[in-house]
Ligand binder design. Structure first.
Ligand code: B12
Length: 212
């Protein structure tokens, strides 16, 4: 897949052309391009453009929805060919916090971790705090990774951390947080261990923690 085709894939997602996004993803795979590379070059930049357009009020909810659907059309095709390495590097419980349905970022973090030997238990999106607490207690993951893209739902993140402390689970799991409104400052305030800007940060941190 040439740079031009990555551009075309980004364009298909930006304009919400679901069929074209699927076609180009399939084409990329047929050309033996690594699905993670296609995701990084052909899909992620598109969502940054969509965000910009929304901020500038060029896009509204319907356009965002179409772009997300086009993103997932391509992503789901690529996902089938992504290598899940079973190096057993560690177990990650990952999800989007209660009240938030934005899951594209979380899914990217998950796929990159899986491709690098981590086992991920995906809680999905808009997940009640109690579900996280129950899963941490039952499944004993090494890492809990929480995502949110909205300011109001930052509180769900804080309450999840508080819940871990109340249930005596906080020292049993390492916690990373991320998403648009999250920062190192907020991470420290709520007592999480790590804040990451993107999927590469999440992976780097998890790998470094495993080595300790
Ligand atoms: C696509 C989108 C949608 C799609 C979501 C589809 C889906 N399945 O995810 C749809 C159309 C459904 C949607 C709905 C809404 N949206 Co919206 N949406 C966006 C948009 C344009 C892009 C988000 C995205 O996918 N980015 C691409 C991915 C790759 O980036 P990312 O998510 O940031 O993830 C990366 C990093 O943050 C990091 N990361 C993420 N999680 C984690 C976790 C860990 C542990 C780590 C280490 C790292 C990490 O790594 C990821 C990969 O690089 C953003 C704009 C923006 N600036 O974010 C608005 C945005 C998030 N939405 C917004 C809003 C307000 C809404 C709605 C409330 C709109 C409405 N009026 O109904 C609803 C939400 C309903 C709800 N209860 O959740 C606001 C939130 C404002 C705020 N600060 O509170 C934003 C910021 C737009 C804006 N500028 O106002 N949205």
């Amino acid at each position: 897949m040439t740079e031009k085709m990555f551009e075309e894939l980004n364009h298909a997602i930006v304009v919400g052309d679901i069929d074209e996004a699927g076609r180009l993803a399939t084409l990329g795979l047929a050309e033996n391009i690594d699905p993670l590379t296609i995701t990084e070059k052909g899909l992620i930049p598109a969502m940054a453009i969509v965000s910009e357009k929304y901020d500038k009020k060029e896009y509204y909810l319907p356009q965002m929805l179409l772009s997300s659907e086009a993103f997932y059309e391509a992503f789901n095709i690529l996902k089938t060919k992504m290598k899940v390495e079973s190096k057993g590097r560690g177990k990650v419980l990952i999800g989007v916090v209660e009240g938030d349905v934005h899951d594209i970022g979380k899914n990217l973090v998950k796929i990159v971790l899986e491709a690098n030997g981590f086992v991920c238990i995906d809680m999905g999106r808009d997940v009640p705090i109690e579900d996280y607490l129950q899963k941490v207690a039952e499944d004993k993951p090494d890492f809990l990774m929480l995502s949110t893209l909205m300011t109001p739902t930052m509180m769900s993140m804080r309450r999840t951390l508080e819940g871990l402390v109340e249930e005596g689970l906080r020292d049993k799991v390492k916690v990373a947080v991320g998403g648009g409104p999250i920062s190192w400052d907020f991470c420290k305030k709520i007592g999480a261990d790590f804040y990451g800007d993107n999927e590469k940060d999440a992976l780097k941190w998890a790998v470094s923690e495993v080595k300790k």
